[in-house]
Design a protein around this ligand. Structure first.
Ligand SMILES: Nc1ncnc2c1ncn2[C@@H]1O[C@H](COP(=O)(O)OP(=O)(O)O)[C@@H](O)[C@H]1O
Ligand SMILES: [Mg+2]
Length: 255
């Protein structure tokens, strides 16, 4: 995926100011920056929730900004949400089945139920869901209502929901937020396995420095809507512009 000159404003606020970066196939790229830097806005432009005033986003041959807002899953891009957005009263398994029908990025239960009536919801779908449930070790909770799970597990279900649609690029928005120490370690392993075992390219927006630095091949740093640094984890950690952006404090500082 290549993002070129992306700009987005909200009234007087310039959320993104000509941001360019790329994510190569098979990479794990971290997108970091202080609060309000524009990270989520980048995601929302890629996933077509926001329309940028300027810039281009290319995914292979696809001009993403020309896609219908619900066209992203169809071209192989999946995303998770900062607050795992699940159907709380539905089981984990049903949430994942909806993920298969989710050609939008926002879930559409109508498409899911329509497919049950038309019989499209077939074995293949159940198999895909079972594979991902196993991959993410969600077997024990597959029949439980999503809303009854811990926040950490709900976030894992959200990752599963994105993965069942078999994306080639996965956008993760703050997957570590709200996780316990133990869950954090599992998350780092999980992100690596998503790339190594499933062959999925990952763009990771994250606040948690240790996580980003330990899993990313490359890191892109935003501050006030502009890219201020880019490179290997070592490079950006030692870049004075990055240290300055994080208020002169240690970049290892966590929330
Ligand atoms: N829907 C919106 N309406 C108005 N301002 C917004 C909206 N989304 C983001 N912003 C503003 O854009 C800037 C970047 O926000 P965001 O992309 O959420 O930052 P980050 O995810 O890096 O914390 C912030 O100043 C934020 O207040
Ligand atoms: Mg954000």
């Amino acid at each position: 995926m290549t993002v070129t000159g992306l700009s987005k404003r909200f009234g007087g606020i310039v959320a993104l100011d000509g941001v360019s970066f790329s994510v190569k196939s098979g990479e794990i790229v971290g997108l970091i920056g202080p609060n309000g830097a524009g990270k989520t806005t980048v995601f929302n432009c890629i996933s077509r929730f926001y329309t940028p005033e300027a810039g281009e986003i290319r995914f292979g041959d696809v001009d993403v900004l020309r896609l219908a807002p619900n066209g992203l899953t169809g071209v192989g891009v999946g995303r998770t949400f900062q607050q795992a957005e699940l159907f709380k009263t539905m089981t984990v398994e049903d949430n994942l089945l909806i993920g298969l029908h989710n050609r939008a990025g926002r879930m559409n239960p109508l498409a899911y139920f329509a497919s049950i009536f038309t019989g499209i919801e077939d074995r293949t779908h159940r198999d895909a869901v079972s594979e991902i449930i196993e991959f993410l070790a969600l077997g024990e909770v597959r029949a439980q209502p999503a809303g009854s799970l811990s926040f950490g597990l709900q976030k894992r279900v959200d990752v599963a929901r994105a993965l069942v649609a078999a994306p080639s690029l996965l956008l993760l928005d703050e997957p570590a937020a709200g996780l316990t120490q133990g869950e954090l370690k599992d998350l780092a392993d999980l992100i690596r396995r998503i790339r190594d075992d499933l062959g999925v390219t990952v763009l990771l927006v994250e606040h948690h420095m240790n996580l980003v630095m330990s899993v990313s091949d490359r890191v892109v740093v935003l501050d006030f809507g502009q890219k201020i640094s880019e490179g290997t984890p070592e490079h950006v950690q030692n870049d004075p512009a990055v240290i300055e952006a994080y208020l002169g404090g240690s970049i290892d500082a966590e929330d």
